[in-house]
Ligand binder design. Structure first.
Ligand SMILES: Cc1ncc(COP(=O)(O)O)c(C=O)c1O
Length: 422
């Protein structure tokens, strides 16, 4: 099929993410999306197993979100948030606070996940500075973690999977340790914090699933241990729910499954149902109170140009409507059983190391993937959009994916993995 003219003319001017531009398979031109389908320029339809990096929780083009964005576009697409405010942003803040529950009720908007984490880190450091405690600029973060691509966030990602060696000398020093998965590890971390604690601003973790760092799962007990450690050593606990938020793990927020609460939480991705860029860093009253002062220098020093974008806030409000009016969490839980049953046959393959599922996340971990580009091509030829990384093939479909589409998606993955060692 012929390449569309806009690809031939535009592609020489584009720089794709995470891609060796010389050797990577050219990106697939998409002309339309609907539900769990991507329509390519040549007319092919792919079933989407990724939901655009886990954002499109209601599937693509949900009419309720589209209508809300259209109405907002007519009224006011965007105004600066410095000195001005508007109904979509305030309504969304109020609704997020209500959903997050007591203690997480002050919302700071940004426009990407990485920046939301940067703001959480800045909040935590300034929380201490405003109370006269200097020298607390380090964070405790975890191996296998991923928090973004900016310089601040790269420094708290997994040091091997992340870009620590590439940017050595430019990244801040933090303490990246193993998650405390048992009592002995907890005791070791406790002893470490006895000496390191006074230099730390907080503990930063992706609750229940370390996503882009390898789709690694941990038990809610790990989060309860971290809460205990944070309390014992007087540290702020920050949950990065940019991946896990909005139903992905089977509850609206992952922290609910641990029965404890963080001091700061970051949200993005599915916040707008995957339609527009928006992120939020939500702080507890205790954190906010450290900024509430007659001293202007105690203000939080951050303010992105597109902060609180009205279109994005309208989309997010419409997305929250759908969590109220449609059975998203029940769908996520049903997906969990369907993924567990559907992916189980992968266990029989000699090159599969593990199959694991949590909520609407299905992961097939291989011993290695020699040629990811070839694997991706074979998956596309099988009619599905799945984007393996590292040694992992994962499915994070829209929570609304139809059972027959999910079935086709999983059968395609199994057939491709079975046909040859990737
Ligand atoms: C847990 C987590 N934190 C932060 C980010 C960074 O978000 P963004 O790509 O919007 O900057 C991601 C993105 O995958 C993520 O999964």
């Amino acid at each position: 099929m012929q390449t569309p003219d806009w690809v031939a003319r535009g592609q020489p001017h584009i720089w794709q993410p995470y891609a060796q531009m010389k050797t990577a398979t050219p990106p697939l031109p998409v002309v339309r999306s609907h539900g769990s389908r991507l329509e390519l320029a040549d007319g092919r339809q792919l079933i989407d197993g990724v939901a655009s990096w886990w954002t499109a929780c209601h599937g693509y083009n949900h009419p309720h979100i589209a209508q809300a964005v259209r109405a907002q576009l007519d009224a006011m697409p965007h105004v600066m948030f410095g000195g001005l405010t508007h109904e979509p942003a305030l309504t969304l803040a109020r609704r997020l606070a209500a959903l997050l529950g007591p203690g997480l009720d002050r919302v700071f908007y940004t426009d990407s996940g990485s920046v939301a984490v940067e703001v959480a880190m800045k909040m935590a450091v300034q929380f201490w500075l405003n109370q006269g405690e200097r020298g607390r600029s380090r964070f405790l973060a975890f191996r296998g973690g991923y928090h973004g691509d900016t310089f601040g966030t790269m420094a708290v990602c997994d040091p091997d999977e992340g870009m620590h060696s590439l940017f050595r000398g430019m990244l801040a020093e933090h303490d990246i340790v193993d998650l405390p998965r048992d009592d002995a590890a907890m005791a070791r971390l406790d002893a470490f914090l006895e000496t390191r604690g006074p230099q730390l601003a907080g503990i930063l973790v992706e609750p229940l699933v370390q996503g882009a760092g390898g789709m690694l799962l941990h038990d809610p007990e790990v989060l309860r241990r971290l809460r205990r450690l944070a309390d014992r050593h007087g540290l702020l606990l920050i949950f990065d729910e940019i991946f896990t938020g909005f139903g992905r793990t089977g509850t609206l927020f992952a922290f609910e499954q641990a029965g404890i609460r963080p001091d700061i939480i970051t949200l993005s991705k599915a916040l707008t149902g995957g339609t527009l860029p928006l992120a939020a860093t939500v702080a507890s009253g205790r954190v906010f109170d450290a900024f509430w002062s007659d001293d202007p220098s105690h203000a939080l020093m951050h303010g992105p140009t597109f902060m609180g974008n009205a279109l994005a806030c309208a989309a997010a409000n419409a997305s929250l409507d759908l969590f109220e009016s449609e059975p998203r969490l029940a769908q996520a839980r049903a997906l969990s059983s369907a993924l567990a049953a559907g992916l189980a046959p992968c266990r029989e393959l000699a090159w599969v190391r593990d199959v694991r599922v949590l909520g609407a996340i299905g992961v097939v971990e291989l011993d290695r993937i020699d040629d990811r580009e070839a694997l991706k091509r074979r998956l596309v030829e099988a009619g599905v959009w799945v984007r393996p990384f590292g040694n992992v093939v994962y499915l994070t479909p829209a929570l609304t994916i139809a059972p027959d589409e999910l079935d086709t998606l999983m059968r395609a993955v199994i057939a491709v993995l079975r046909a040859q060692r990737p």
